[in-house]
Each structure stands twice: as structure tokens, then as C-alpha cells.
Design a protein around this ligand. Structure first.
Ligand code: ZN
Length: 148
């Protein structure tokens, strides 16, 4: 049996999403488009959201940056697509708590996303990992205002 350390597993998942990003490219039509960046690292993303009846019907992103920022955003789109706005917000808050070291991250609820925890050891990278998620939070708020 080959022993794979948790850290290697983290890297595997992150590299996989970096090489083969999910939901990448423009989304048309969309309800919300946000452009955000992380000047500390040079990461830039555009996030496209489409809502339907309180659900995040579709999501995509485009951008450039380091492997952590792109992989984290790719994983995010895969996780939150099809969730209700409320569920998507809960997942995001949970990820933010995990990245702040406030909770371990529940593999049952978060799946592969717990691999982002490997980044907590590298504080300068945490902003990279959270860029997509913070942008999503803004986008969810904007989507809700529009539908209210
Ligand atoms: Zn970065």
C-alpha cells in the first residue's frame, strides 16, 4: 500500500483543479458579474452568477493568478452550483472559518474543499484561497437585492 500523506492529497486536489479548472469561462446570460483581485499576489478573477428563484442556477469564473486562487475558485464553483443562496452562503462562511483556523472543516459537508485547509499553514496564501469565496459572498448579496 502506498502511503499518501494528507499534505500530498491536498496538493493533488489543488493541482487537479488548477490544471483542469471547472466552470471556467464567461457565463451568458448572467445576473451578476464581479471583478476582484488580490494585489498581494496579483490574482485576478471575474465571477459570473446566474440566479433562479433563490437558487444559484449557474456560476462560472475567469481570471489569472496563482494555483491556489484558481484552484480554490474552481472548487468553489463546483460546490455551490445549484445550491440555494442560503446554502451557498453557509458553505462560504464555513470555508472562511476553516481558513481562519476556527474550525476543522467537516469532510461530509465540504468534501474535497477540506483540502484547502492545507493552505492555512501559509498565511500569505490564505487571501489567495479566499479571493473567490469573498467575491461569491458579495455576489450572493447582490443577487438577493436584485430579486427582492
Ligand atoms: Zn495568489
Amino acid at each position: 500500500m502506498v502511503r499518501v500523506s494528507l499534505e500530498d492529497l491536498y496538493k493533488e486536489v489543488i493541482l487537479d483543479h488548477y490544471r483542469d479548472p471547472r466552470n471556467k469561462g464567461r457565463l451568458d446570460p448572467h445576473d451578476v458579474l464581479l471583478e476582484r483581485n488580490n494585489p498581494l499576489c496579483g490574482d485576478e478573477i471575474e465571477l459570473f452568477l446566474k440566479f433562479d428563484d433563490g437558487e444559484l442556477e449557474a456560476i462560472s469564473f475567469d481570471g489569472k493568478g496563482c494555483s491556489i486562487s484558481l484552484a480554490s475558485t474552481s472548487m468553489m464553483t463546483e460546490k455551490v452550483k445549484g445550491l440555494s443562496v442560503e446554502q451557498a452562503r453557509e458553505v462560504t462562511e464555513s470555508i472562511k472559518r476553516m481558513m481562519a483556523g476556527e474550525e476543522d472543516g467537516d469532510p461530509d459537508a465540504l468534501g474535497d474543499l477540506v483540502s484547502l485547509k492545507g493552505v492555512v499553514k501559509y498565511p500569505v496564501r490564505i487571501k489567495c484561497a479566499l479571493l473567490g469565496w469573498n467575491t461569491l459572498l458579495e455576489g450572493l448579496a447582490e443577487g438577493q437585492e436584485d430579486s427582492a
